[in-house]
Design a protein around this ligand. Structure first.
Ligand SMILES: Nc1ncnc2c1ncn2[C@@H]1O[C@H](COP(=O)(O)OP(=O)(O)O)[C@@H](O)[C@H]1O
Ligand SMILES: [Mg+2]
Length: 136
């Protein structure tokens, strides 16, 4: 599914619809350049799934876990490698098959990513416009 959103509000609405299809065990891969909106979209989805305490913690946090409708793990692998991901236990984290994962820069930790994923590609068009390609 491809769609263009023209504002944060529209991104929020898209995230709300996407959230309705989230099931336990889902691994969501978010692709796109820095500033595309991967984190923003993930936070909107989490909000819609009962997560109340989303802190805009520093971007260098690799892993943020939340409790809502499911146990959620938001991973930003921008600065890590497969080896480092294993060192900090992300391979074991992915064994929690009832949890839901959102992963930015998944290509950096490709060895750990399960086979079955939902992929979201986000393209920056202009300051407030983004093109979303969602493959569920
Ligand atoms: N329509 C939109 N959808 C998503 N983000 C948007 C949109 N318009 C503006 N933005 C802004 O773009 C930035 C995206 O940043 P972020 O989500 O951290 O990107 P990424 O995680 O992909 O690096 C935020 O500052 C957000 O407010
Ligand atoms: Mg991000």
């Amino acid at each position: 599914m491809q769609t263009k959103v023209k504002s944060l509000k529209q991104t929020e609405a898209l995230a709300k619809r996407f959230a309705q299809n989230i099931k336990k065990g889902d691994v969501v891969i978010l692709n796109g350049d820095l500033g595309a909106g991967k984190t923003t979209f993930t936070q909107f989805v989490l909000h819609n799934l009962g997560v109340k305490d989303i802190v805009n913690s520093p971007t260098f946090a690799i892993l943020k876990s939340y409790k809502g409708k499911f146990n959620f793990h938001h991973i930003d692998a921008y600065r890590i490698t497969n080896e480092e991901a294993i060192e900090i236990g992300l391979d074991e984290l992915f064994e929690n098959k009832n949890d839901v994962f959102f992963v930015e820069w998944a290509e950096n930790i490709s060895a750990l990513i399960p086979k079955k994923v939902k992929t979201i590609n986000i393209k920056y068009i202009d300051e407030t416009t983004r093109e979303f390609n969602i493959d569920e």
